[in-house]
Design a protein around this ligand. Structure first.
Ligand code: PSU
Ligand code: MN
Length: 303
């Protein structure tokens, strides 16, 4: 027996017709932002994808069903579920077998997007190698997924709470192309410039579509591409300013003994508190910006 994802009718029709579809993750909703900002963000992001002529497909697991494309009632419910799970690759089948409800991470959303036949996916920032990974071994499953699953992932770079040089090294080892969009610098989520160079650079959705078609023409099973789209200048918090806040949040996480999948949500929440909500406004702005670019890439790939 095959367990197929349940496609929203609008998503199914668009995929059948070869029209652009953009997958969206849901851990950002269940674990990345507080209610009701998370719901507003999810609605705005879907509206932006539609405005660009593509169909949004938010991915989540609801009562054990792998869903691709949620309606407003689903989004509303998911935005307030208290005990929603954070579902990465290791958790997906478990959530289905145990009929659980949860948000899918970048890794799990990539898996589901590929199963559904969706080529482009927008998120905020991917997970990566955590600071102190040389002793904790904490590396997000997002990296290995990028190495094996064929999806174009649009993000604002890796979160500056991570060890960015190590994250770039791992992506290179895994064979993942990292493309700065319109920039030579690797963006760092809240900031436009991490101080590190982006390994590759492309300047238009059409160029990204051409690159993606070329990758597939050379080899199936090429893995993901990471498109790093800098946060709009008006919403950015400069890296030097973020560094102090991030350092405090990391120290608090260590003192509280936070581990495993709780690390990322803890740090995001703590940074939100320490910046009085400014980091949240930046986070929402960059996700919306990524959704728009992802829709344009999906259109270029479909055209
Ligand atoms: N980006 C955000 N907020 C988030 C995340 C990303 O702005 O909450 C989530 C993503 O779902 C990503 C996950 O896949 O954090 C990484 O968690 P971990 O480091 O435990 O793999
Ligand atoms: Mn981890």
């Amino acid at each position: 027996m095959n367990i197929r994802p349940v496609l929203d009718p609008r998503v199914a029709v668009a995929l059948d017709a070869g029209r652009p579809v953009v997958a969206l993750e849901s851990t950002i909703l269940t674990h990345g932002m507080p209610h009701p900002d998370n719901l507003r963000m999810a609605r705005d992001v879907e509206a932006i994808v539609r405005e660009e002529g593509a169909v949004p497909a938010t991915v989540a697991v609801l009562d054990g069903a792998i869903r691709v494309g949620l309606d407003d009632a689903d989004l509303e419910r998911l935005s307030r579920v208290e005990d929603a799970r954070k579902l990465s690759r290791a958790d997906l089948a478990f959530a289905v077998a145990e009929r659980l409800t949860g948000g899918t991470t970048v890794a799990a959303t990539m898996i589901v997007a590929r199963l559904a036949g969706i080529d482009v996916f927008a998120t905020g920032g991917i997970g990566g190698v955590h600071a102190g990974a040389e002793s904790s071994f904490d590396e997000s499953a997002d990296l290995a997924e990028l190495g094996r699953t064929d999806v174009v992932v649009v993000c604002a770079g890796a979160k500056a709470i991570l060890d960015l040089p190590k994250t770039l090294e791992r992506l290179e080892s895994l064979g993942v192309p990292v493309v700065g969009y319109g920039t030579d610098a690797l963006p760092a989520f809240w900031s436009r410039d991490s101080g590190l160079a982006a390994p590759l650079r492309l300047d238009s959705p059409e160029a990204i579509a051409r690159f993606e078609r070329t990758r597939r023409a050379i080899d199936a099973g090429v893995g993901g591409v990471l498109v790093a789209n800098p946060v709009p200048a008006a919403a950015e918090i400069p890296a030097a300013e973020m560094a102090v806040t991030i350092g405090r949040a990391q120290a608090d996480a260590a003192a509280a003994g936070v581990r495993g999948k709780d690390v990322t949500p803890f740090l995001l929440q703590r940074i939100l508190e320490l910046t009085d909500g400014r980091s949240l406004a930046t986070n929402i702005a960059l996700v919306e910006h990524n959704a728009r670019l992802a829709a344009r890439i999906a259109a270029a790939l479909a055209g």
